[in-house]
Design a protein around this ligand. Sequence first.
Ligand code: GDP
Length: 439
Amino acid sequence: MFQGLSEKLQETFKKLRGKGKLNEADVTAAMREVRMALLEADVNFKVVKDFVAKVKERAVGAEVLESLSPAQQVVKIVHEELIALMGGAESKIQISPKPPTIIMLVGLQGAGKTTHAAKLASLLKKQGKHPLMVACDIYRPAAVKQLEVLGEQIKVPVFAQAGRAAAEIARAGAESALRQGADVLIIDTAGRLHINEELMGELQEIKAQVQPQEILLVVDAMTGQDAVNVAETFHARLGLDGVILTKLDGDTRGGAALSVRAVTGCPIKFAGVGEKIEALEAFYPDRMASRILGMGDVLTLIEKAQQAFDEKKAAEMQQKLRKQEFSLEDFLEQMQQLKKMGPLASIMEMIPGIGKQLKDVTIDEKDMAHVEAIIRSMTPDERRKPSIIKDSRKRRIAKGSGTSIQEVGRLLKQFEQMQKMMKQFAGGLPGGLGKGKKG
Ligand code: GDP
């Protein structure tokens, strides 16, 4: 996410830091680089101009140039202005006091509407809501099917009707929600390849029929300034309440994320960060700004961990670690939990300072798959007591997992070392951090 922009900005600030004391010319030079970086990231031209002017005005102020760490002050100002650019605080969806809350998703074909109807439904369900999804994409029969399949997967009902106009289906869906006691209605509408009158007319009809609390535009972040133009048009015609920016996982530039709010005034409410149902994040401008500047995003990381990890299990694991009973079986389970958090590379990106260092390191998910296959080929006894694994067992495990005896041996050795390390940690654990005996 935003890799290109992130690297360029960090490079610029590194140069500033190397200078110690700064003068106005240094700031001007740095701002020229920031300007270039933002333009290359496909940020709207006018947005860039205003942004750089604001940062510069603040950065050449006496309190920055004469401070003890002027470069850090400049980074702080850029951070704050990036947050402001993306809308300041998080924008939540409005839940109507009188159910159902009606959320209408609009956007061009392929932007991710259907996928995000399901992602949103799943997220709201986890928050204790009872969503109902309505299939109003009547032109693509496959779209209705797609929504039904997703609905089944996340156990959220789907309302569909053949042979009626979209606005009528939406209205019938809202009535059905009342009858079923669903408190959130998510309407998936039809898209087109380009904006056209027919599409806008149909969406306006749906809006008039059901009067949604939230009209959210689903746009593909990877289309950069096109996404911003699409947002402008939809906002003018329909009056948007917010934007769901999809495919941010594949967006190395960041132009749409940084311009949509400033150009249209519409807040980005959610970001899609992958194809899986769980790959949806609330959009926090401050966390995004931190990621862009390579400061990591610890809060999102913690939230992801909380979602993926079962607290009871985590407590059990801790017990096992203390009692030194941590087995290969537990190791396998930890790997599964980690995998639920998403691709390893994107997790690493959120850890402050690590993203940059890992730039040239490829995390080999294949290696992890091998480790998993090896452990799965072991018997429960072997997993609990790896010391019983001698040559003939190694051969059997290698064969079963499609790996080599060397790989099996390597894993066992690594696990042994890990256990040794844990023993050392365990010695210091009970009394709290840093206390207790060493070694
Ligand atoms: P619709 O035509 O707007 O309903 O678009 P779909 O929901 O069918 O999505 C189009 C394609 O984009 C599908 O292949 C999705 O899996 C993919 N997609 C949707 N959202 C994301 C996302 O956040 N990240 C990635 N990588 N792919 C996505």
